[in-house]
Design a protein around this ligand. Sequence first.
Ligand code: UDP
Ligand code: MG
Length: 331
Amino acid sequence: MATMLDPKSLEAPPIQESLDLSLVIPIYNEYESIPRLLRVIAEVMEPLDYSYEVICVDDGSTDGSVEVLRQQAIENPHLAVLLLRRNYGQTAAMAAGFDYARGQVIITLDGDLQNDPADIPMLMNTLDEGYDLVSGWRKHRQDDQITRLLPSKIANWIIGRVTGVSIHDYGCSLKAYRAELVRDMNLYGELHRFLPALAFIEGARITEVPVNHHARQFGASKYGLGRTFRVVMDLLTVYFMKRFLTKPMYVFGLMGLLSMVGGVLLGGYLTFLKLALGQSIGDRPLLILAIVLLLAGIQLLCFGLLAELLMRTYHESQNRPIYRVRQVLRR
Ligand code: UDP
Ligand code: MG
């Protein structure tokens, strides 16, 4: 029987030195792909001059991926494995990797061999041309047409319009970031795909490059059409953040004020009819409109104030991680 160890004692001490590159790979039930993926990465990185680490974040796999990763962590000095306590989802797994990464550049890729590590040098070079974020574009994407490519085409178009960052392929996991860009970004839901948009809000320089894409060889995709709904909801959040994260009062206050002014004008007009001309106004729909506008205006103003308070709390209380690391393995 294996001895029980305090997870704390297994944790490597945080290492301060910084590396050129951290690869962050979320893994959920990909045991067949892991050894080959790590081998290809080693082959690509070997001839390059970069100091690097590979961070595999196991997102609560149940298929033996953990054992494979455990073995790889013993053999591979570049590899760090984070085991999350349960399945938190790809975004949280990536966020865990970001927080642990020591590289000045972070490159994310999938653990299922669909992304090609051979693209890494090209991403690094493009970043060096003076960008903060380089997004991969799966120009020849090897996924199902109807359930994946079509929704993704539509989604990319909408996201581009709404966020103002027009790249072809938000969903591509293969992306390179300057570390400081993602370090203090808080990710929820499916927000990782909006990192280019969120980074753009922070003033980052962004570009995209075509990358290779392979059909899935092992295992199954973790997503279906249901993701489209979550992506749309996240898009609303991003739009909200872009428009008025720091000044909600400008938006709600303006709407409230307009509504109130409308209500007051209508009310004044009705009062004039009643008092000056002696008309009956009790049966007029306009009266209802005036009252609704007035009340809606007051509500919107109060809502804006509340939103201001909330936003302040949001900005000032950002130390809560969206995941819990069970254990850290590294040689
Ligand atoms: N993934 C994860 N947690 C999840 C779902 C997926 O870490 O809950 C990982 C998965 O192992 C893979 C990557 O996220 O490395 C992308 O998943 P998948 O290949 O299923 O997405 P697709 O390529 O079909 O869009
Ligand atoms: Mg995949």
